[in-house]
Design a protein around this ligand. Sequence first.
Ligand SMILES: Nc1ncnc2c1ncn2[C@@H]1O[C@H](COP(=O)(O)OP(=O)(O)OP(=O)(O)O)[C@@H](O)[C@H]1O
Ligand SMILES: N[C@@H](CCO)C(=O)O
Length: 308
Amino acid sequence: MREVTLPSFTVRTPASSANLGPGFDSLGLSLPLFTSVTVTPQTVTEVVPLGPELAGTPADERNYVYRAMLLAAGRAGRELPPARVEIRTEIPLARGLGSSAAALVAGLVAGNELLGRPLSDAEVLDLAAREEGHPDNVAPALLGGIVVATLDKRGTHHVRLEPPPHLGVTVLIPDFELSTHGARAVLPGEYSRADAVHALSHAALLAAALAQGRLDLLPHAMQDRLHQSWRAPLVPGLSDILEGATGHGALGAALSGAGPTVLCFHDAREETAKLHAFLREVMEGHGLTGRMLDLPIETGGTVVRRGG
Ligand SMILES: Nc1ncnc2c1ncn2[C@@H]1O[C@H](COP(=O)(O)OP(=O)(O)OP(=O)(O)O)[C@@H](O)[C@H]1O
Ligand SMILES: N[C@@H](CCO)C(=O)O
């Protein structure tokens, strides 16, 4: 009998920044740092996390990426064929840049691809949003750009926005981890009607401002009362940055996802030296170390490349 070798493929999924201030669990954008999963069909399953960032993740079928591949197979009602699964990432883990969403989306897309794509893109998105519990990281990780999304019993509904021209992002990534689980545990279970109205009006204004390129509205539209003040004790310097960033060249600032990364919008045509100096001063004032990156918004979403 002749052995048929199936071609390998690589799934590449971007980082994401969720919430953008008031869009808690519903608004996010994609950033050009990537998780890559290379799948090579073979006779036994091997899971191989590569690189220092993934040193603490399981090198076997318990790995989150592989579990996501199994999830896709389960949804399709199929068995996953054996394969070598190599995982690489540029996304720092547990920093608020959607590392878990990227692992989940890359794994679901890889599992679906290995099975010959039995699931539609909409099914992959819904499966990812349900698994993560909210769609604000997984939607931009899958689709790229800026995504407004809701998740309820009936499904995941979304609108993908093309980023406004010249909207640049600066992220300040502190050198400490904060688990999403921990940063959700500090949030209250209930909010007042005033806070609910504040949240929905600002989130709606922010989505509309981003859709129309009204960057002048960002400082006002990015105000939040649902999560940032509760998380501020976990992220030294966050309150200083939220208060002071627009006075130092930012168009607006927000905690990225569950933190501790902080995102600032800026005009990509302008220098960011003043903003960087401010962010560095705040960080040093709180005895923290970290790094700053100026990034465009990534528009490509998750991509599958055949041939490794
Ligand atoms: N490529 C990966 N392979 C395996 N496990 C991963 C990978 N990326 C992330 N994880 C798992 O996800 C955890 C981090 O998820 P968590 O939700 O706490 O933070 P995050 O997704 O980086 O941030 P946020 O959700 O706030 O944007 C890691 O500690 C690890 O267990
Ligand atoms: N919306 C989520 C994003 C992090 O997964 C949160 O803020 O907890």
